[in-house]
Ligand binder design. Structure first.
Ligand code: ATP
Ligand SMILES: O=C(O)[C@@H](O)C(=O)CO
Length: 423
């Protein structure tokens, strides 16, 4: 019976949440986009279903509509609890899309509160006094300050969320969490009873033990919101529930559209280790995208011919200077060019025999996975906190091994050593 329904605002985030549910013993399926009736009928024996949307940077109305469609699909599956998954670095703008989606889900579920828990200590995300930290830095002092789509220039969650929601936002500090689930639950009740309108409750958490307390205190809440960390706070229902993941025989490719610091370090490491690589040429893409993709495919297939088991890395950003933030009004933004090119590369390289993909970046993963026409993922072993191998099948039944890596997740050697589970 499906209990949990996840609504994730990007594809890497969806596999991140799914991986953590799997780690707690929940059999979890990820659908890419809102599932139709046929997709729903194919979901059997799952405890949790995550619907991956590409709504993080979509227009607000679209993000809300898609999230409500996802909620309706999850309700149709019989879910009784819902998890709005957004980025552990709270990627959003003053317009949204975190707050508007939470408001809409609260209204649709007719509930008066939702906790806000971006903390994911295993990945270095902690919340203290309502402020979000990335490692030892405030969010606004981290590399997220320079994100090409959602630059995060402040760290206080009420300040970030306030402009995005029509509801009140309260902070529940760490000592209340450390007082245990009963005390935390009583405090959440007290705050919720103070107003007639729903309230968003930012709860501090710096360790997994704090997440376990929050999970217990919210066990009766229809809706929780956060990064994936809160899923790790659930009581384990058994051994990790990884899907069997047959290794698909074929070539390996890494597609990195992410501009994040961790991805850049992973690219530098892979290049230093001799992984054949090609950086997208933005000027060439602007001039003639098909010709640039033709040239990439020719280079990758030649490299595979020489070394069939060696992955090839196609990437967008080697250093901060590569990021083009401004474009003339009549020009396609660089990010769109990159996503379209990597999506095209994915399709063409799959036709040429690629069966094992690591894709870096949430937006990038959305574009790539759509181009591959993958409808659902079954989650396999983890490569890093928040990153798992998955078995993917296209609408035509073509199977892949796919790992969708969030921009700032994964150790430096993930592009060289992340393949071990497939060896
Ligand atoms: N040179 C560039 N100039 C501007 N934008 C770029 C450039 N290269 C890539 N991009 C865009 O930057 C965006 C990066 O977002 P993406 O979500 O893929 O990665 P990320 O933010 O690092 O990952 P995550 O969302 O998982 O944290 C994509 O839309 C990508 O196309
Ligand atoms: O929560 C995270 O940090 C990731 O799953 C993510 O959403 C990055 O795109």
């Amino acid at each position: 019976m499906v209990t949990w329904g996840g609504i994730a605002d990007d594809f890497t985030g969806a596999t991140d949440l799914a991986g953590n549910w799997v780690a707690r013993g929940l059999r979890t399926v990820v659908t890419l986009g809102v599932p139709d009736a046929a997709d729903l009928a194919g979901i059997t024996d799952a405890d949790a279903v995550v619907i991956a949307l590409k709504s993080r940077t979509a227009p607000v109305r679209e993000a809300v509509r898609e999230s409500l469609d996802a909620l309706a699909a999850l309700r149709a599956l019989g879910c009784t609890r819902y998890y709005q998954k957004y980025c552990s670095t709270f990627d959003s703008t003053p317009a949204g899309n975190i707050g508007p989606v939470t408001d809409a889900l609260l209204a649709a579920l007719d509930t008066d509160r939702a906790v806000v828990v971006p903390a994911f200590p295993d990945a270095g995300r902690t919340v203290y006094q309502g402020h979000l930290f990335v490692g030892d830095r405030l969010l606004s002092d981290s590399s997220m300050r320079h994100h090409p789509l959602t630059p995060m220039t402040r760290s206080d969650l009420p300040g970030l969320l306030g402009p995005q929601t029509s509801h009140g936002v309260a902070v529940v500090p760490l000592p209340v969490v450390r007082a245990g689930a009963a005390a935390l639950g009583a405090e959440l009740d007290r705050i919720a009873a103070e107003t007639d309108t729903p309230v968003l409750l930012v709860v501090d958490a710096v360790e997994n033990a704090d997440l376990a307390v929050i999970a217990r205190a919210t066990a009766h809440h229809p809706l929780v919101t956060g990064g994936s960390g809160l899923a790790l706070g659930l009581p384990a229902t058994g051994e990790p529930a990884h899907a069997a993941m047959p290794v698909e025989d074929g070539h390996r490719v890494i597609l990195a559209g992410s501009a994040s610091t961790a991805t850049r370090a992973q690219i530098a490491h892979a290049r230093a280790a001799g992984v054949p690589a090609r950086k997208l040429d933005l000027a060439a893409l602007r001039a003639d995208p098909d010709a640039e993709v033709d040239a990439i495919v020719a280079e990758v297939t030649a490299a595979w011919a020489a070394a069939p088991r060696t992955p090839f890395l196609v990437y967008a950003v080697g250093s901060q200077d590569d990021i083009q933030r401004e474009t003339a009004p009549d020009q396609t933004p660089a990010g769109e060019l990159v996503e379209a090119a990597l999506a095209d590369c994915a399709r063409r390289l799959a036709d040429a025999g690629a069966r094992q993909f690591i894709v870096a970046g949430g937006e990038t993963s959305g574009s790539v996975v759509r181009a591959l026409d993958v409808r659902r993922l079954e989650i396999g072993p983890a490569l890093a906190p928040g990153v798992s191998w998955a078995r993917a099948t296209t609408a035509d039944g073509l199977p892949f091994n796919l790992a969708l890596k969030s921009g700032n997740f994964g150790a430096t050697d993930i592009f060289t050593d992340g393949w071990q589970a497939l060896d």
